[in-house]
Each structure stands twice: as structure tokens, then as C-alpha cells.
Design a protein around this ligand. Structure first.
Ligand SMILES: O=C[C@H](O)COP(=O)(O)O
Length: 253
């Protein structure tokens, strides 16, 4: 049975007090009854504090990005070893906002996925198509390409340490969610691509999440779908009560 995961990506939101308040309230609200694995990704500046707040709770802390090199002259960057050093366990890689605003490519995402796995950080590797690609019938080829390129050189043993997040760009922060049927269709394309690369049994073990305007109203529908193993939640993860409701309503299959 593969894991069900709900991850909150706080993006460039929440300063110290809000990080503290939201995490404290969240850990309190999900105490005891949590079924999916819960991950929260605050901004770099607050990772160490978040790790310390989450210690002994059901919440894992993720970074929203990292560099693939160990160290060196890369002003402004953070290495995998630094994340491990502060107690971070997961890292979001290749988010469409990183690809769009910071020139991330499938090649750099691939280097980061390899570096994450080498450091025992669990990568949440993102993929997703634009509305234009979807409307032009290019979604399938695009998604398959992102998965193959992002995972190039990742072994069958290491893919089991990877989480994939499908985030249609047209659904991110727009309030326009993909229907469960649309999201399931793409998550199945992703699983079939994993099966092509690693075999069906391995593909069955890899969690594939959906992200894009997920909220407490649509999470049950989305996570009831066979190949959707949870969510990568943006806006609706910023308030503890709303995020806790999403977690509570997630279907663990
Ligand atoms: O990483 C999270 C996704 O970009 C989804 O964001 P959203 O839930 O605000 O649409």
C-alpha cells in the first residue's frame, strides 16, 4: 500500500509569528487522529524554527526548493546538506513557479531530485501543463516528458523515495480546480510513465499527489480517485483550521 500525503506549500507567505501560530494550531488540531502523512513547507528563513516546533508531532517539514550542489559560490542558494542539517525531511522540487520565475528546467530539476535522494531528503517533484498545452492536446506528451526527464538516472530503488505532484498550472491559485476525473486521468498517465520506466509493481508504490486549488470541499472527491494519493495544497494550507479540515477529509485508500 502506498502512502497518502497532504503537503502544505506556504510559498512566500507567513513570517515568524504566523509560522509559529499556524504550526502550533495545526499540530494541536491533528493530534492523534491523523491518517495521511502531513508535510508543511514554510519559507527558508523559518525552516529551523518549524523543525523545532514540529518535533514530536505528526508534521514533517519540507523546503520549497534547494540547490543540487554540495556547497560553493552560489550566492543566495541553500544546499541539500544544509536542509538535512536543520532537520528538514522533504523538499518540493520543480514547482511551476520555480520553473516560470526562476528558470528551472527539467535538467536542473533532475539534478535536484538526484541530490535530494542522495541526502535522504524526500523530493516532491512537480509537473503540470499549461491551459494552452491542454487545449492543444499536448498535455500527455508534456507530462510524460517532464516525468522522464525529471527522473533520468533515478534507479528503481530510489524512485521509491520520490513523491510526484501533478499540478496543472491553470489550476494553481486560480480557484479553478481540475475535476477528479481530469486529475485522475493525468495521475494515471504519470503512473503509467513510472510503470514504463520501472515496472508496474514499482509504479504502484510511488505516491502521486494533486495540487491546484485543493480545499476542504474538493479534497474527498479528488483523493477518492484511484491514482491520486493526496495533495499539494497552497492557499488553503495557510490557515490551520482549513488545512486540518483538508487533512481530516482526505481519503486514505
Ligand atoms: O504548491 C501548491 C500549489 O501550487 C497549489 O496552490 P493553490 O492550492 O494555492 O492553488
Amino acid at each position: 500500500m502506498r502512502k497518502t500525503i497532504i503537503a502544505g506549500n506556504w510559498k512566500m507567505n507567513h513570517q515568524r509569528a504566523a509560522v509559529r501560530d499556524t504550526l502550533t494550531a495545526l499540530t494541536e488540531q491533528i493530534k492523534g487522529g491523523v491518517k495521511p502523512e502531513v508535510i508543511v513547507a514554510p519559507a527558508f528563513a523559518y525552516l529551523a524554527e518549524a523543525v523545532s516546533l514540529a518535533k514530536g508531532t505528526n508534521v514533517h517539514i519540507a523546503a520549497q526548493n534547494m540547490h543540487f550542489e554540495e556547497n560553493g559560490a552560489y550566492t543566495g542558494e541553500v544546499s541539500p546538506a544544509m536542509l538535512v542539517d536543520v532537520g528538514v525531511s522533504h523538499v518540493i522540487l520543480g514547482h511551476s513557479e520555480r520553473r516560470r520565475y526562476f528558470n528551472e528546467t527539467d535538467e536542473t530539476v533532475n539534478l535536484k531530485v538526484k541530490a535530494a535522494v542522495a541526502h535522504d531528503l524526500t523530493p516532491l517533484m512537480c509537473c503540470g501543463e499549461t491551459l494552452e498545452q491542454r487545449e492543444n492536446g499536448k498535455m500527455k506528451v508534456w507530462i510524460e516528458g517532464q516525468i522522464k526527464a525529471g527522473l533520468a538516472g533515478i534507479s528503481a530503488a530510489d524512485i521509491k523515495k520520490v513523491v510526484i505532484a501533478y499540478e496543472p498550472i491553470w489550476a494553481i491559485g486560480t480557484g479553478r480546480t481540475a475535476s477528479a476525473e481530469q486529475a485522475q486521468k493525468v495521475c494515471l498517465i504519470i503512473r503509467n510513465t513510472l510503470a514504463f520506466l520501472y515496472g508496474a509493481a514499482v509504479a504502484e508504490a510511488v505516491p502521486v499527489l494533486y495540487g491546484g486549488s485543493m480545499n476542504a470541499h474538493n479534497v474527498a472527491d479528488l483523493t477518492a480517485a484511484r491514482d491520486i494519493d493526496g495533495g499539494l495544497v497552497g492557499g488553503a494550507s495557510l490557515k490551520a483550521a482549513e488545512f486540518a479540515e483538508i487533512i481530516a477529509k482526505t481519503i486514505v485508500k
